[in-house]
Write a protein that binds this ligand. Structure first.
Ligand code: GDP
Ligand code: IMO
Ligand code: MG
Length: 433
């Protein structure tokens, strides 16, 4: 059976958690392949009595909420062990069975000094800051590339762990003390903290790449779920205003150990408008009351940091780019309900950069920084769409909006979100074969 990749098309928070949850009952494994607890996925599950249970997941794959799914943290993820266990305890306390969780022995661990470094680096950058989540993500990936990182498997060899912590700190303590004027980290204490998690971690650790290959051979469905999104990808995003991992479809293979030849489908989740958290360019951003309205109606406040999200209209230049970079076969367009009640709904179809029209993402980041959107205005709709479950149930203008998006982004829109709940979705084409 094939592997399916699910990515974000914009700057994150598109509703990937909800989309994964939607497929939960039909997949066997959900693998998180990049990022760490910088991600924040909100999943809302309706009870039979109409009650709503809200779950905020950071490090765990969203599939953990589906009873038959095996959730996997792949080798491409960076793990803050205290957050991992807090999240597991939180779910267990709410009656969620997390005992199936598997963690790659090759995943890297966020050491406490990297959380410190993330925060002090941002402070040091001042006006040039990235606006990171402060979780130590960037410094941990930097350590991985620098070959001074600590991996999950190192926790089971205290001698190696001590050596690695000392090696990393021999340099980092110079930076912490001499450049950032802060306290040095003590290698022995770092080792002690990490080792305190080892025994609880041990039964979850596995050769996840091998297990996933065996699962695929046995005909199981494997969903590879991205954190972050296309424009936050370290290679293909709006660098340097990106995260430090590969959040696009290519990253799904390196971050899980599943080869590209196994992937049969790539689903991208795209909000019916656009949001961004942190710094960096955003051509369709709104600075007026309409932006505030989108933020309020769409509850656009970060799941991880609580920061208000920057809001703007949908951008199909970005949509087309996401289709190209990820090889998208299907889009899930979320939050269409948030656009209800507007006279007209603008769609960005291209950019104007110093008088020159760009139909594709400008290759130079400086051009993207001062790109002015060229909009097409579509008529709005006023009817409540949250109860719609078939495409034909949507008001004609809402249908026309989705069809125009589909045409501009170059891949079919297979599902449409009309509310935060698990069942508030219109499925036009099956997301699984
Ligand atoms: P993720 O990081 O991509 O998983 O997305 P987040 O969970 O950070 O943000 C998406 C937010 O939108 C969450 O609060 C979801 O509950 C909510 N959401 C998802 N789909 C829809 C939808 O179709 N309509 C509405 N109104 N909310 C949605
Ligand atoms: P999900 O998975 C939105 C942003 C941060 C910052 C930049 C770098 O919920 O879509 P980092 O801490 O990763 O070094 O920060 O990336 N960012 C996100 N924005 N959704 C996310 O994840 C994000 N993860 C990181 O705000 O601008
Ligand atoms: Mg999020």
């Amino acid at each position: 059976m094939p592997a399916i990749v699910l990515v974000g098309a914009q700057w994150g928070d598109e509703g990937k958690g909800k989309a994964t949850d939607l497929m939960g009952s039909a997949v066997d494994y959900v693998v998180k392949f990049n990022g760490g607890n910088n991600a924040g996925h909100t999943v809302v599950i309706e009870g039979p009595d109409g009650s709503r249970e809200k779950y905020a997941l950071h490090l765990l794959p969203s599939g953990i909420l589906s009873p038959n799914v095996v959730p996997v943290i792949g080798n491409g993820v960076v793990i803050d062990l205290s957050v991992l266990f807090q999240e597991l305890d939180g779910l267990n306390a709410r009656g969620v069975d997390t005992s199936r969780l598997l963690i790659s022995a090759n995943a890297h661990v966020i050491a406490p000094y990297n959380r410190t470094l993330d925060k002090v680096t941002e402070r040091f950058l001042g006006a040039r800051k990235i606006g990171t989540t402060g979780r130590g993500i960037g410094p941990t990936y930097a350590d991985k590339m620098n070959r001074v990182g600590i991996r999950v498997q190192d926790l089971f060899d205290p001698h190696i762990l001590q050596q690695k912590a000392e090696a990393a700190l021999s340099f980092k303590n110079q930076v912490l003390v001499k450049i950032y004027n802060t306290r040095a980290a003590d290698a022995a204490r770092v080792v002690e903290e990490l080792l305190s998690y080892a025994e609880r971690l041990r039964p979850m650790v596995a050769d996840t790449s091998l297990l996933l290959e065996e699962a695929l051979k046995a005909g199981k469905n494997v969903l590879l779920e991205a954190g972050q999104a296309t424009l936050l990808d370290v290679d293909h995003g709006t660098y340097p205003f990106v995260t430090s991992s590969s959040a696009t479809a290519g990253g799904a293979c390196t971050g899980s150990g599943i080869p590209p030849t196994r992937v049969s489908r790539v689903i991208a989740v795209m909000k019916a408008y656009t949001t961004r958290v942190g710094e960096g360019p955003f051509p369709t951003e709104l600075f007026d009351d309409l932006g505030e309205t989108l933020r309020k109606v769409g509850h656009e406040y970060g799941t991880t940091t609580g920061r208000p999200r920057r809001c703007g209209w949908v951008d199909t230049v970005i949509g087309r780019y996401a289709t190209r970079i990820n090889g998208v076969t299907d889009f899930v367009v979320t939050k269409l309900d948030v656009l209800t009640g507007l006279d007209t709904v603008p769609i960005c179809v291209a950019y104007d950069v110093d008088g020159v029209r760009h139909d594709e993402m400008p290759v130079n980041q400086s051009d993207f920084h001062h790109a002015t959107p060229i909009f097409e205005e579509l008529p709005g709709w006023w009817e409540d769409i949250t109860g719609c479950r078939r495409f034909e149930d949507l008001p004609e203008n809402a249908q026309a909006y989705v069809l125009r998006l589909e045409e501009l982004i170059g891949a079919r829109v297979s599902a449409i979100g009309v509310g935060p709940g698990r069942h508030e979705i219109i499925e036009r084409h099956p997301l699984l074969d």
